[in-house]
Design a protein around this ligand. Sequence first.
Ligand SMILES: [Zn+2]
Length: 308
Amino acid sequence: MRKQTTLPTRYKPWILIAVIFATALSCSTRSDQANNPFPGYTWPLPELRFTSFFGETRGNHFHNGIDLSSHLESVYPVAPGTILFAWDKKRYPFANTPGMGNWTAILHGNQQISVYLHLDRIITNDQPRIGTEQPLGKSGNSGRSSGSHLHFSLYDPQKNSYLNPLEKLPQVRDDTKPQIRHLILERDGHKPVLIREKFSFHHQGSVILHASIQDHVSRNELHRNLGIYFLEIHINGEKKSSYRFDTIEIHPEGPQVNGKKFGDIFANKRYYYLTKAILPSGTHKITVIAEDLHKNRSEKEFLLTLNQ
Ligand SMILES: [Zn+2]
């Protein structure tokens, strides 16, 4: 029988493995099963230690799934389905899928495809059908992976889009707001400036603003660099831009979130791009609003004073 998804408990011997390999603490999903927004899916691992969310920057592309720290644990399909593809280097040494390691993709009845990367090994009985009680493989560190983890993606072929798995899988407990840390202000002829609260400067022409924002799902969690779900910026009360990381659409010119390419959202690799604006002299209120998928919301104001 498949193990129930549980909170980690210190008296279980296998927690040692979790403690060694976790870069984040787990959170329970069992008590949250009632809140499953998409009852067809269950989590692919018995314990959830998030190390990366959907839509995060990967330097030059969006992260198209979620990462769960895991080492040699059984990985289960999120719903019954048909194995579309399974590649295990030990069994098929001639094929090559750089980066993804040993991986498998499963087609579900609703025509969505779940994808599992970096597996240590694939376990299939060479039957195309697979149920949720049957492990599809063991988590591992194969392919382009810096630390043992499962990368999980959901893909919708009709929409040619990756979906945010957190919207489809049973809800996790998350009472921690995103942290809006600081702004980065760029202007011609000057080095970028880090702004924690307020900043006064002389300048003519446009300025570009980015924000450093991070989220996590538990107060005790070690990993605090999770991506956010929603971002909005206002200047003097007027909305300038917003992003919602619900889907990544695949286009010939590259993946897009809400019609925006990677470089439009992460112009400066580590920061969320907010806006480019020409500000008149005076003091301007910059309001940044960030939300995670569980409606935890942060709002922070910064004051920019332009002297001319
Ligand atoms: Zn990943």
